[in-house]
Design a binder for this molecule. Structure first.
Ligand code: NAD
Length: 267
């Protein structure tokens, strides 16, 4: 399988180049980065720290995407929108992990998916995808006598709270309980809050050090408590999930998929 990595000199891009180069059954067919980047013209393997692989980083994504079976994109929302359009034109499957897409950019995913298979997920890790499926299942079984709280911790540089992954877990819990997440979400508690309303999904945010991402979903009932936890200790898990998704696109029908589909956990 020919895999192209766009944004190949970014933190995730380099991780993806290493992952593609070291996996059996696929080759790195092309690499790009933004116009004006210092990395244009350099060897993608060298930039990723693995030594030269003969793939030179380009600033024009069109021919790179046209020559690939799958393109993997962890870049910026406006770049992702363009890459989706080019992939749809070229009939190249798409795996995307870029976060922070606005509504128009999310619409671009749907439009592209009319022509190609698109796997898109805000968290590509196999472990978080499993945690999310488990959270939904547990919430389906337990009623609202069990209070749901989601605790997350990230490094001190993170700018948003709760994390996108924590919100994804809350959304899974709400789906399991058959309620609208925004109606029951409680992300801030401070001062005299009064007793906890029944049915609330609460969030607690911790920040500090270099923590890549810890998430725990707590179901607290009378006499027992169930806790499910995921701890990321390397960003490698996102790259390895993305390459797994790239393999999975082979022979798929056009449409939008997520990591739960890739792992066979979809509804
Ligand atoms: P980064 O800033 O290190 O890398 C982004 C790369 O994209 C840079 O090399 C940049 O030059 C490049 N880029 C920007 N515009 C481009 C364009 N028009 N064409 C080609 N390349 C372009 O960021 P990062 O930490 O690698 O994260 C990238 C994205 O992936 C972010 O949105 C982040 O939130 C997301 N992310 C998702 C997951 C997941 O599991 N889904 C995991 C980690 C990061």
């Amino acid at each position: 399988m020919k895999i192209a990595v766009v944004g190949s000199s970014g933190r995730m891009g380099q991780m993806l180049v290493r992952e593609v180069m070291s996996r059996e059954g696929c080759v790195l067919s092309g690499a790009t980065d933004r116009k004006g980047s210092d990395f244009i013209g350099r060897d993608a393997g060298e930039v990723a720290g693995l030594g030269a692989c003969g793939v030179i980083i380009q600033d024009d994504p069109a021919p790179v995407i046209a020559a690939a079976d799958v393109v993997i994109d962890f870049t910026r929302p406006e770049a992702t929108e363009e890459h989706l359009r080019l992939a749809a034109q070229a009939g190249c499957a798409f795996v995307g992990g870029t976060t922070g897409l606005n509504d128009a950019q999310k619409q671009a995913i749907e439009l592209a998916a009319r022509h190609i298979p698109v796997v898109f997920a805000a968290n590509m890790s196999v472990g978080v995808t499993l945690l999310s499926a488990l959270t939904k299942k547990i919430a389906q079984v337990l009623d609202d006598d069990y209070d749901i709280e989601i605790v997350e911790m990230h490094h001190r540089h993170k700018v948003d709270a709760p994390s996108g992954t924590a919100l994804l877990l809350g959304q899974s819990a709400a789906e399991g309980r058959n309620v609208v997440h925004d109606d029951v979400k409680q992300a801030v508690r401070d001062g005299h809050t009064g007793p906890r309303p029944k049915g609330e999904i609460g969030y607690a945010t911790l920040r500090g050090g270099d923590v890549i991402g810890d998430h725990t979903v707590i179901f607290a009932g009378e006499g027992e408590r169930i806790e499910v936890t995921h701890k990321a200790s390397s960003r490698h898990i996102y790259a390895s999930g993305a390459v797994r998704a790239a393999f999975w696109t082979k022979g798929r029908k056009n449409g939008v998929y997520d990591m739960a589909d890739v792992l066979g956990l979809g509804d």
